[in-house]
Design a protein around this ligand. Structure first.
Ligand SMILES: [Zn+2]
Length: 237
């Protein structure tokens, strides 16, 4: 897929996107990155002095990574260029890891349908707009997530999304066909970005966590599914 390539680190496979000094790394396979030890091994292998992970609550909180040690209760992290040698991470098993790269900042969000309904994407955009007057050319990346092919949903979920999101966003995400109702987090988020005047430079890894069989998938594996790590950092020159 454009921009992403497979790499081996610590004897395991990862998917890595590198562009303009920004790296976005996704673990493959069944290693569970809820384990502190696994994250520490990875941090050391990448030469990062510090790794901040979001302790996710499916809400809309975005925290500045610079002031956090280890974990912050949030679904989004903001990394400033001055936080050198620092990485930020969200863990997923089907949710969408979204990275926004601005000249002086990286914003990393964990977006599931609940976070989407609670406004995590809008919150992230608002934060960036508070920092920059010109947000059109930010680069946006979607890591692996469950795609429409595997994301069968119910009307109750659509109803909840409709209560909090603009109608065109829900419409962009949902689709009805002979197999029933499906939803695309990627299409819904793309519509939000479009409405906000962003997303002209959007890249998607192309992988579905569920049917590719390459990543942990809650939909495929159920309870006890390991969590993959989605880690972003800036290259240290
Ligand atoms: Zn699929």
């Amino acid at each position: 897929m454009a921009g992403w390539e497979r790499v081996t680190l610590l004897g395991a496979d990862f998917l890595l996107m590198r562009e303009g000094g920004v790296s976005f790394l996704h673990s493959m396979g069944e290693r569970d990155y809820r384990e502190h030890l696994e994250r520490e091994r990875l941090r050391k292998a990448l030469g990062l002095s510090c790794l901040v992970k979001a302790r996710q609550v499916h809400g809309d909180m975005v925290l500045e990574a610079g002031g956090i040690k280890g974990e912050g209760e949030a679904d989004g992290l903001l990394l400033s260029l001055q936080d050198r040698e620092m990485g930020i991470a969200v863990l997923t098993a089907d949710c969408l890891p979204l990275l926004m790269a601005a000249p002086q900042h990286l914003l990393l969000l964990h977006v599931g349908w609940r976070g989407l309904a609670r406004g995590i994407v809008h919150k992230g955009i608002e934060m960036m707009k508070g920092l920059y007057s010109d947000v059109e050319n930010f680069k946006i990346y979607f890591g692996p997530y469950i795609k429409r092919c595997c994301y069968r949903v119910g009307w109750d979920m659509i109803g909840e999304l409709r209560r909090s999101l603009p109608p065109e966003v829900v419409e962009a995400g949902m689709k009805r066909d002979w197999r029933g109702l499906s939803f695309s987090l990627g299409d819904a988020i793309s519509k939000i970005l479009e409405l906000e005047g962003m997303g002209f430079s959007l890249k998607d890894s192309g992988f579905c966590t569920c049917c590719s069989g390459l990543f942990p998938s809650y939909r495929r594996e159920g309870e006890g599914t390991p969590r993959m790590i989605n880690l972003a950092w800036r290259e240290i020159w």
